[in-house]
Design a protein around this ligand. Sequence first.
Ligand SMILES: N[C@@H](CCC(=O)N[C@@H](CS)C(=O)NCC(=O)O)C(=O)O
Length: 222
Amino acid sequence: MTIKLYKLDGSPQVRPPLMLADILKLEFEPVTVNLLAGEHLKPEYVEKNPNHTIPMLEDDGYIVADSHAILMYLVDKYGQDQQQLYPKDLKLRTTVNQRLFFEASTLATARQAAMVGIFKNNATGPDEEGIKKVNELYKTLEAYLSKTKFLACDHLTIADISCVATISAVDYVVPIDAKYTKLSAWFNNLKQEQWYKNGNEPGLEIFIQYLKGMIAKNSGQA
Ligand SMILES: N[C@@H](CCC(=O)N[C@@H](CS)C(=O)NCC(=O)O)C(=O)O
């Protein structure tokens, strides 16, 4: 049986499935999709995923697109004794779902807002609007973490795995203010985990180097 993960190493959305795979000891067959070369728009890719995004999972012919749906699927199917990562209890699961949808809509959009100027408009940093948006979301995350140790409850779930990939990228351009003590502690704790080091750090490094290169270019230093 092979589980293929279509990905590009620097993509923030690809890293949650990689971190989860490290926790669940799942092996993926990696398939690189070069977005810059438009490989995600090729008919054979669009046939599998009409929304032409990465990550995309192919499990014995079954396709799952969207990082959040991939996390849900992998725990349900391969979680074995790790089902607490996506709890079966209705209310706990619904809170996890809410945090995942928060990541998919609000947090991911804020990340893009904070970086779009650097990637597309020759900016050397995030604009005021982007910084404001990200800080509002840090406040929301701080509020979640004031109620429970992790984002959805008192133990790690896929909500944390999803959000930490985005936070780790956004923190580079809008550093988490020290006044958000709970959010800072949560982030520092997760950074110590081996699954974070294995699944997030290599891709994050590529992403940051790319971002640094763009900032240097936009500043006329490259
Ligand atoms: N909600 C999706 C978003 C995925 C996404 O936007 N991926 C970007 C790369 S980070 C992509 O594939 N962009 C190409 C496109 O949208 O055509 C997820 O979490 O998987």
